[in-house]
Design a protein around this ligand. Structure first.
Ligand code: ADP
Ligand code: MG
Length: 326
């Protein structure tokens, strides 16, 4: 933990760390300000991570926590087809651990720098107990090319980026008490602690003619259901086609890995539907950011507003639902 500075010094250090955008409108005034971007629409999201609920500091370093707090918001922008922009970061921490603020900030800034995000404000307050990190992020998109949950149409294919179940496989290993010793778990731990939002993929989907997407934060099964409900269509997912993390298969086996991919969550990949005629071009467009795997279709053989998951020719019942907040 960084040695604890006083409040003014803390904010000065945060301002120096986060830097000033090229237009000079950085941290320091009563509110953040920036000019609108001609022709684009603002896309805003906020996510809060609470110690003991979303993370434990014995499993996650404060730097990784900062990284992740921004990554989950960037993933929301990716799912809208939006590009990055400016963020406000609020941190609550108990007095004895206030040095953690700078550690969290360093992790935040490393992902901010990598993605072209500027942190232009926030709040730092005392907490009676748990560490809380909130990121509010405002990006931008072409209003005619937004990705939405309600735009799936019968006849679309269903695609995903990347592999699923890696982060939840890491959590399964950590809670089993056996994670760090096995070096084979490294890619799983990286997926859990340093997720990479699919910002490039999301924007390529949007410019490539895709209209319907969601990011996978609570498990594929529940996100598929969200798309089916919002769009009023039926969706069929071929569970055997879902891309799994090789390290998860190696350490936990295919069955458990598949279960985690369907219901585990924290993947921060994109789930989307698209006209089959776009398939070849999307595969090329996504090659540098997760790739394209087709895992199902939007079909009137499944009742509107529901999703069917098929394995070995039979519809399966998923034992665990996705992550629920309460
Ligand atoms: P006020 O009391 O007017 O809200 P603060 O002292 O809280 O002002 O904040 C001073 C400046 O530092 C503001 O520009 C604010 O946005 C910024 N700031 C405070 N905490 C953070 C943080 N955790 N991350 C980024 N900027 C912060
Ligand atoms: Mg304040």
């Amino acid at each position: 933990m960084t040695e604890a500075p006083g409040e003014f010094e803390l904010i000065a250090r945060l301002a120096a760390l986060f830097g000033t955008p090229p237009d000079g409108l950085g941290i320091g005034d009563d509110a953040a300000t920036w000019p609108p971007d001609a022709g684009s629409i603002a896309v805003a999201t906020t996510d809060m991570l609470v110690e003991g609920v979303h993370f434990r500091l014995d499993w996650t370093s404060p730097e990784d926590l900062g990284w992740k707090a921004l990554a989950v918001s960037l993933s929301d922008l990716a799912a809208m087809g939006a590009g990055p922009g400016r963020a406000l970061v609020s941190i609550a921490v108990d007095a004895a651990r206030r040095g953690l603020v700078l550690d969290v900030a360093r992790g935040l800034q490393s992902l901010a720098a990598r993605t072209g995000t500027w942190i232009v404000g926030g709040d730092t307050v005392r907490s009676p107990g748990p560490l809380v990190v909130n990121v509010a992020l405002v990006g931008r998109a072409d209003p005619a090319r937004l990705l939405r949950r309600d735009a799936a149409r019968v006849g679309d294919l269903v695609g995903v980026t990347g592999v699923l179940g890696a982060a939840s496989a890491a959590l399964a290993l950590l809670s089993g008490g056996s994670a760090p010793p096995d070096p084979a778990a490294a890619p799983l731990l990286a997926a859990l602690h340093r997720p990479l939002a699919r910002l490039v993929a999301g924007q390529r989907l949007a410019s490539g003619g895709v209209r319907c997407a969601i990011d996978i934060s609570d498990g594929l099964a529940s996100e598929a259901l969200h798309l089916a409900r919002a769009s009023g269509v039926g969706m069929e997912i071929d569970v055997e086609a879902v891309p799994l993390a090789p390290a998860a298969v190696q350490l936990l086996g295919v069955r458990r890995s598949r279960e985690l991919a369907m219901t585990g969550g924290e993947d921060y990949e994109l789930l989307f539907t698209f006209d089959p005629r776009l398939r070849a071009e999307l595969a090329t467009d996504l090659a540098t950011d997760g790739g394209l795997t087709v895992i199902g279709e939007v079909t009137d053989r499944v009742p509107p507003g529901s999703a069917r998951f098929v394995e070995a020719g039979r519809a399966i019942d998923l034992a665990e639902p996705g992550y629920v907040a309460f």
